[in-house]
Design a binder for this molecule. Structure first.
Ligand code: AHM
Ligand code: MG
Length: 336
């Protein structure tokens, strides 16, 4: 009976991608190869994060990144690992990273057809405390005939070919989705060294009374933001108030929201009128995951997040994402 419980028909990420590829007759296998490079960078980053405290990788690297945040040693390592993986894939023409001021062009990669945006280690202020962090990524296809220009990445999320994120938590989780497709979750099996399909066709619950926001910013919030969150905490008609959950790592807050439902928000406010989170490698990829899982994502002006077009690669936006009904509720407060 013991052996009967063993799954001998495991779907690894490699198998999943191969099966997906065979569904598309026109597929060249290039995207599959790019994904192999992506998954290698996730495994490597996950490895170093787990070793960080033991091999002196905690703390600051002593420099600031493109957007002025202090860089952690692991931010630098994560970024370098990601860049090396993209370059060596041979399929990536250009890369935008949170840690790099400018676009990196891999001009030697002739025939590379993808443009990638990433935040190699999101939530890195949490790193030294061992709290979950992760990698967020979005993949665009180059325009027909293009060898890679900034127009190939300054595109709305509606044009993303694929997007997803990892969360390096109790185990490493990978959530990935393709345009018009389902959302699938994988768990890194450390003994196999493989991501295993553990959460096929993820669907976010339609509603849930959980909110996730940095309430310490409420002094700076706009009136409608205040009213909306107050309505969750002090419901009319003796309803039950919402629970608050805020980790301060978007990947971890988003992963929980995806599984349990609820709302995650980083609204634009008087201190950060454009919001905090970055469109290309934080907001848009997450929005694609949430929409494809049956949820919604909007910016602080209640525009569909996926339709927002960044002007510059590090542009920011306010964001609300989560269960379908919870985002509807947000919208109703902003329409007032
Ligand atoms: P980072 O990319 O510098 O790590 O910043 C992004 C992080 C998100 O993971 C998280 O949602 C947010 O910043 C938390 O910000 P705050 O500390 O202001 O609440
Ligand atoms: Mg980030």
């Amino acid at each position: 009976a013991e052996t009967a419980a063993v799954n001998t028909n495991i779907v690894t990420l490699t198998r999943f991608l191969t099966e997906e590829q065979s569904k598309h007759k026109e597929a060249t296998g290039d995207f599959t190869l790019l994904c192999h490079a992506l998954q290698f960078s996730f495994k490597a980053i996950s490895h170093y994060i787990r070793r960080a405290t033991l091999v002196n990788l905690t703390g600051l690297a002593g420099q600031s990144n493109a957007t002025g945040d202090d860089q952690k040693k692991l931010d630098v390592i994560g970024n370098d690992l990601f860049i090396a993986a993209m370059r060596s894939s041979g399929k990536c023409a250009l890369l935008v990273s949170e840690e790099e001021e400018e676009i990196i062009y891999f001009k030697d990669q002739t025939g590379a057809r993808y443009a990638v945006a990433c935040d190699p280690i999101d939530g890195s202020s949490n790193l030294d405390a061992g709290v979950s962090v992760g990698t967020i990524f979005g993949v665009h296809k180059l325009a027909e005939g293009s060898t890679g220009t900034k127009e190939d990445i300054l595109k709305p999320g509606t044009e993303l070919l694929a997007a997803g994120f990892t969360m390096y938590g109790a185990s490493a989780q990978l959530v990935i989705t393709m345009r018009g497709g389902t959302v699938n979750g994988f768990t890194l099996d450390n003994s196999f060294g493989e991501f295993i399909l553990t959460h096929p066709n993820m669907r976010i619950p339609k509603k849930r009374a959980i909110y996730s926001v940095n309430e310490g910013n409420s002094l700076y919030w706009e009136e409608n933001t205040k009213e909306y969150f107050n309505s969750l905490k002090f419901p009319q008609d003796n309803g039950k108030p919402y629970s608050a959950r805020y980790i301060g790592s978007m990947v971890a807050d988003a992963y929980r929201t995806l599984l349990y439902g609820g709302i995650f928000a980083y609204p634009a406010d008087k201190k950060s009128p454009k919001g905090k989170l970055r469109i290309l490698y934080e907001c848009a990829p997450m929005a694609m995951v949430f929409e494809n899982a049956g949820g919604q994502a909007v910016d602080s002006k209640m525009r569909r997040m996926l339709e927002v077009v960044p002007e510059h690669i590090h542009d920011r936006s306010g964001i609300y994402l989560g269960s379908y009904d919870e985002v509807e509720k947000v919208k109703s407060f902003y329409k007032k």
